[in-house]
Design a protein around this ligand. Structure first.
Ligand code: FPP
Length: 249
């Protein structure tokens, strides 16, 4: 598989592509500030970049992409900024539904849909339902998502089932616990990309990132183009994944 990187050609091994890429799309605000523009403009360009990366992922044949689009902590931002983000989300959901259907993309939300206004909740549910049979790629959007919150919700549901006598504590293992997470039907990410130079996980997929390869780039999200994406995938392909074991060629 050949893709161009700068003036050189970068060859990605199609057999070594990650199955699941997760992205913390960070730096919209700082990108805008560095250009003397309002933060809202950074989010607008950021949303357009997200769209390009989604379809590039589909084109590469990577079957799962998870985007951290709105965290539990983002609710503490000024109301105008929250409105901008939710408005952008609505616009893109409406505009891209047909293309997602055409490209066989299943849309899935992790996080607390119930935190959003009713009309947005209904839109998210409608798109999840309409695309549920699509099999080419899963686009997973983390919305009002927090990793600690997801784990605590899972523990509560599990405790409830134990109380009702459906499960005994002895049965609990990793496989059973996973069934209570929002990500129950998707594999753990192989690669996590975070833009903007911050080297943190920021409460994203805390359980699922246990053996994920991490890739940090100083590029702000609105500047993260296809070339930067290919660089991240290339870096991933150079890694040796041992999952805590010893590598034996
Ligand atoms: C980080 O920039 C980005 C987010 C708050 C979420 C990601 C949002 C987008 C890519 C825009 C599209 C949004 C949706 C919901 C479709 P930041 O504001 O944290 O940047 P900063 O750290 O420089 O302030």
């Amino acid at each position: 598989m050949k893709n161009f990187l700068n003036d050189s050609v970068i060859t990605l091994d199609p057999l070594k592509l990650p199955k699941h890429v997760a992205i913390i799309m960070d730096g919209n605000g700082r990108w805008a500030k560095s250009k003397g523009l309002p933060r809202a403009y950074g989010h607008k360009v950021g949303a357009e970049v997200a769209k390009k990366i989604i379809y590039k992922t589909r084109e590469l044949g990577i079957p799962y992409l998870t985007l951290f689009a709105f965290s539990k902590e983002n609710w503490f931002r000024p109301p105008e900024e929250i409105s901008t983000l939710l408005e952008l989300l609505k616009i893109y959901l409406d505009a891209e539904l047909e293309e997602m259907k055409k490209q066989g993309i299943r849309f899935k939300v992790i996080g607390d849909k119930a935190d959003f206004p009713k009309d947005l909740q209904e839109k998210l549910e409608f798109i999840e339902k309409t695309t549920q049979e699509n099999e080419k790629m899963v686009l997973c959007m983390a919305l009002s998502y927090g990793g600690k919150n997801e784990i605590i919700k899972a523990v509560k549901k599990l405790a409830e089932e134990i109380k009702e006598g459906k499960i005994s504590p002895e049965e609990i293992d990793e496989g059973l616990f996973r069934k209570f997470l929002d990500t129950k039907d998707i594999p753990d990410p192989d690669l996590l990309i975070r833009t903007s130079g911050e080297m943190r996980i920021s409460n994203f997929l805390l359980f699922q990132l246990a053996y994920t390869e991490l890739y940090f780039t100083p590029i702000y999200w609105p500047d993260f183009d296809e070339k930067e994406y290919l660089k991240a995938l290339y870096s991933y392909q150079q890694r040796e994944r041992r999952f805590g074991r010893i590598y034996e060629p």
